[in-house]
Design a protein around this ligand. Structure first.
Ligand code: NAD
Length: 484
């Protein structure tokens, strides 16, 4: 089927091909509340079925040539590229992405597919020295079936970031997207890969909530789980995965700092800060949560960021507004609770702090200190929380006081000094003279502390590490002889 023909997948999911499961649910627009489509929703029993299919399809898939697997990835990129507006529209309708964000996300998915095509073909082992006359090597072999659980905010790339390299390396995949973004984060991606020639059963999508995700983690035939989502869910998955001796890759929350150093250009810094906090309504793990501004620039920075926030409208993506809706009322209320608790504790609201339906106005909180909710917690909404510092040691303490450690921006006139300073910071990612939001398929992406276990996605090495096992192989011409 053409992946753009909704009528052919309406009421179904991709489980050994397009299948009805019994129960269906609706995809709903967060902007309008309108029903967009229906799809089949799965249960724990469907995880078992998906795994049966994946296990039997994986052997044949792993035995196809690396060139054939690479070709499927290249064709998937071509299919998606020629129908990019379809995925862009679903990202706008189902996720509430502004048009620019939707186009950007499709570009990221394309990069991921191109990289995965290359990953299938890079060297995958080492020749080892041996004390004996034999061939000794370490090679990477597929783990078998990879379980992928993904979130709602960048659903297509955060699914594909694991699905594409796992497949390219010869694994089968069972994917459980977020229930609020099943189409953009699951079904459309399956349709693209199907059209590209991925054999049936190699990828299966089981829509559902946390219970279906937990069943995926529990499934004994899935040795590797790739999870992107919140820190509390990550902790639960890590605990269960630990009991079952699974390899669990965790990409979790963040409360990322943007440090504006004394010698920074304050106008440029405020522009970077606004982008870092407000892009995609702040619903990004790498969103700039905490703006840490040197005391000499503080008042001007607060003024500039406030002016910018006041000028950025939130509205339905169909209007072209740069900010769309928060994904649902639960998430919106969480954002609002952080804002009101921070103001109650002494933070100064300079703009925003209000909402209409799911559209939350860009918000700036000044005079924030540790102990305020907006300093301590991940907000996941369009809220810039500004604090000040006077010395470098104080800045290091503030940055490192967060339990999270995903991304950090250092804005400065002395890039090399920031390069040295970065060594003192607990952060998986540091951008010098940029804000905190960035992702490239070829760069190893990951956080420390409550942002993850330091696992990485991105680039051949990190992806091979994530989705294969090492096998040590020795080979000699004749059977070795022994005294027994
Ligand atoms: P969430 O953890 O509630 O849900 C994410 C996914 O996990 C969904 O598919 C959900 O159904 C599933 N899930 C939830 N609980 C589960 C459980 N116990 N067992 C198995 N599956 C479970 O996350 P959310 O709040 O919807 O998403 C936002 C969070 O994701 C934020 O904290 C954000 O920072 C984080 N995130 C991290 C990255 C990263 O790369 N580090 C990227 C995007 C989002």
């Amino acid at each position: 089927m053409g992946f753009f023909e909704q009528s052919t997948w309406e009421g179904r999911t991709y489980l050994g091909g397009w299948t009805e499961l019994g129960a269906t649910t609706d995809a709903v627009s967060p902007s309008t509340g309108e029903r967009l489509a229906s799809y089949a929703v799965g249960t724990s029993a469907d995880i078992e079925t998906a795994t049966d299919l994946a296990v039997s399809a994986q052997r044949t898939w792993a035995a196809t040539s690396a060139e054939e697997r690479a070709a499927v990835m290249r064709r998937a990129a071509a299919v998606l590229e020629s129908h990019a507006p379809v995925l862009e529209r679903w990202l706008q309708d189902e996720v509430g992405s502004a048009p620019g964000k939707a186009a950007f996300e499709v570009g990221l998915v394309l990069s991921e597919l191109h990289l995965a095509a290359a990953t299938a073909l890079v060297p995958y082992g080492q020749l080892l020295r041996s004390g004996r006359p034999r061939l000794s090597l370490a090679r990477r072999v597929p783990v078998g079936v990879v379980g992928v659980i993904s979130p709602f905010n960048f659903p297509a790339i955060l699914s594909m970031r694991s699905v594409a390299p796992a497949l390219a390396l010869g694994n089968a995949v069972v994917l459980k997207p977020d229930p609020r973004t099943t189409i953009a984060g699951g079904l459309l991606l399956a349709a693209v890969l199907e059209e590209a020639g991925l054999p049936v059963g190699v990828l299966n999508v089981v829509p559902g909530g946390a219970d279906v995700g937990a069943a995926l983690v529990d499934e004994p035939r899935i040795p590797v789980i790739s999870f992107t989502g919140s820190t509390p869910a990550g902790r639960a998955i890590a605990a269960r995965g630990g009991q079952l001796l699974k390899r669990v890759h965790l990409e979790l929350g963040g409360n990322n700092a943007l440090a504006v150093l004394e010698d920074a250009d304050v106008e440029a810094a405020a522009s970077a800060g606004a982008w870092g906090s407000f892009l995609n309504q702040g619903q990004i793990c790498m969103t700039t949560g905490r703006h840490l501004v040197h005391e000499s620039l503080y008042d001007r920075y607060v003024e500039l960021l406030t002016e910018k926030a006041a000028r950025i409208p939130a509205g339905p993506p169909s209007t072209g507004a740069p900010l769309g809706p928060i994904i649902d009322a639960v998430q919106r209320d969480k954002v609002h609770s952080v804002v009101t608790r921070s103001v109650d504790a002494g933070a100064r609201l300079t703009v925003g702090g209000t909402y209409e339906a799911l559209f939350y106005q860009p918000t700036v909180l000044a005079d924030v200190v540790p102990g305020h909710a907006s300093f301590d917690e991940e907000i996941f909404g369009p809220v810039a929380s500004i604090s000040t510092f006077s010395t470098t040691d104080e800045l290091v303490r503030l940055v490192n006081s967060s339990e999270y450690g995903l991304s950090l921006g250092l804005l400065t006139g002395d890039a090399y000094a920031a390069f040295e300073l970065a060594e003192r910071m607990s952060s998986g990612i540091v951008h010098i003279n940029d804000q905190t939001v960035d992702d490239e398929a070829q760069a190893p992406f990951g956080g420390v502390g409550a942002s993850g276990t330091g696992a990485r996605f991105g680039g051949h090495d990190a992806n091979i590490e994530a989705f294969t096992d090492t096998q040590w192989v020795t080979m000699q011409g004749r059977i070795a002889t022994y005294p027994f």
